[in-house]
Design a protein around this ligand. Structure first.
Ligand SMILES: NC(=O)c1ccc[n+]([C@@H]2O[C@H](COP(=O)([O-])OP(=O)(O)OC[C@H]3O[C@@H](n4cnc5c(N)ncnc54)[C@H](OP(=O)(O)O)[C@@H]3O)[C@@H](O)[C@H]2O)c1
Length: 240
């Protein structure tokens, strides 16, 4: 069974990715800071396919031990989905330095470190998949999300150069850029703002976490063996 590590799999998009991957037959190592009811329910549905491992990405020192533990306990991972992120918003002029550095640590530095350590077993296998969850905000603007946008653009740049670095070893690296979805991250956007985004999109709706999980499922699949270094946008057409 191929082993897939998904960060931030306790809720929202990460949980949808874990659910879809378990249904697709992967052994999913779902990580987050604490086990959630949603993930417990998924584990009950797929007891042999879904396992939980604690990882707080704000604690960079725990990333390497986590990667070692995964390989030692479950065997060499075949794929990694860097999904966990903080969605801290606020105008830059009043954002605390502490919040800026925590966001960059969780959204950029930790996924880069985790990729570095989980790449090693993939290089030994000479096959693997890395998927970085970015956002349409990496290439469009949204007032109050400048630091978040910087973190998401960083991941897209990381994808392209890493794809060049590890392609010869049979490893693909891609970005998935979701548009707005209804999750805890966007709970502050309920009402008018989310309604306006939905209305303005060509399809007149928002993408759901399940739509984005389907894009991840494709990039993990055999059909995507020649897709690397690219961004797959799933946003109901918002950026068209
Ligand atoms: N929602 C949207 O509209 C939207 C749009 C575009 C892109 N995205 C991207 O999609 C991804 C998932 O977002 P979401 O909407 O599902 O967000 P969410 O509901 O807020 O879930 C975030 C996930 O990240 C985890 N996480 C947060 N801080 C962490 C930390 N320090 N260490 C480890 N895990 C941590 C959370 O786990 P805990 O249980 O530990 O808190 C949770 O599982 C993110 O990369 C986000 O940027 C979202």
């Amino acid at each position: 069974m191929k082993i897939l590590v998904v960060t931030g799999a306790t809720r929202g998009l990460g949980l949808a990715i874990a659910r879809r991957a378990a249904a697709d037959g992967y052994r999913v190592i779902a990580s987050g800071r604490r086990l959630s009811e949603g993930l417990l329910a998924l584990q009950a549905e797929y007891p042999d396919h879904v396992l939980f491992e604690v990882l707080d990405l704000a604690d960079l020192a725990s990333v390497h031990p986590f990667a070692m533990r995964i390989s030692a306990t479950y065997g060499r991972p075949w794929a990694l989905v860097n999904n966990a992120a903080r969605g801290t918003d606020g105008v830059l002029a009043t954002l605390h330095e502490r919040d800026i550095s925590e966001l960059l640590r969780v959204n950029v530095e930790a996924p880069i470190l985790l990729t570095k350590y989980l790449l090693r077993p993939m290089l030994l296998n000479r096959s693997g998949r890395i998927i970085n969850i970015s956002s349409i905000i990496a290439s469009t603007g949204f007032s109050g999300l400048s630091v978040y946008a910087a973190s998401k653009a960083a991941l897209a740049g990381f994808t392209r150069s890493l794809a060049r670095e590890v392609g010869k070893a049979g490893i693909t690296v891609n970005t998935v850029a979701p548009g707005y979805m209804e999750t805890e991250m966007t709970s502050g956007l309920q009402g008018d703002k989310l309604q306006a985004i939905r209305r303005r999109s060509p399809l007149g709706r928002l993408a759901a976490p399940e739509d984005v999980a389907a894009a991840v499922s494709y990039l993990l699949s055999e059909q995507a063996v020649n897709v690397t270094g690219t961004t797959l946008t799933v946003d109901a057409g918002s950026t068209a």
